[in-house]
Design a protein around this ligand. Structure first.
Ligand code: ADP
Length: 186
């Protein structure tokens, strides 16, 4: 016996499933520490999806200034009430993690030309590995175009003012970390 669905029912079923479909974007990075550039990408990325998963990459080969827990704490303090931002950590292959959390898109920020080469290689490799996950780039806002976690750490260690480049929660932790490292003779 065949079941026939009239076109009005079909439209209704499709509408409901489209309404229920959550668009999940994955924003991966080291966030060592979170800068105003990252914050801007997260805020703008939220307009493109229902849920934004900000994932701290745990890379055992890198020596970060902040532990994963410290980086997570800064993110929590900066986005305490944003229900649509989920904070996680992961290690291993990005596309595997994107599939695991059923992300539709990987979100990345693009600054100067220097980002382009690396980001385009990674986006193309990820497309080959997982064609169903699109990489979406947001151009850095003019005010954050030259801001990077690496530069912020360097300037902070040399005693420069980085208050315009990081959120206050990150500034407080950076200041404490610099004191702690210099106390140890770093
Ligand atoms: P990674 O270690 O993967 O470079 P980062 O935490 O430095 O991780 O950056 C994560 C993402 O945020 C990358 O896509 C990077 O290009 C982007 N990003 C970093 N700083 C800025 C900024 N100032 N403006 C816009 N995007 C940025």
């Amino acid at each position: 016996m065949t079941h026939r669905i009239d076109s009005a029912t079909l439209r209704e079923l499709t509408r409901v499933s489209a309404d229920e479909m959550q668009r999940i974007a994955l924003y991966p990075g080291s966030f060592d520490p979170l800068t105003n550039g990252h914050v801007n990408i997260i805020e703008r990325g939220l307009s493109l999806c229902d849920e934004l998963v900000v994932a701290i990459v745990h890379n055992p080969n890198k020596a970060p200034m902040f532990s994963v827990e410290e980086r997570m704490q800064i993110l929590r303090e900066v986005f305490p009430d944003e229900q649509r931002v989920r904070l996680t950590t992961f290690s291993g292959l990005l596309v595997n993690y994107a599939r695991e959390i059923q992300a539709n898109a990987i979100l990345r920020g693009l600054r100067a030309v220097a980002d382009f080469e690396y980001e385009s290689q990674m986006a193309n490799m990820n497309r080959r590995l997982a064609p169903e996950v699109e990489t979406v780039f947001l151009m850095a806002e003019p005010g954050s175009f030259f801001v990077s976690s690496r530069l912020v750490k360097e300037v902070a260690l040399l005693g420069g003012d980085i208050s315009g480049s990081v959120p206050p929660q990150a500034l407080a932790r950076l200041t404490a970390k610099v004191k702690q490292l210099q106390g140890k003779g770093a």
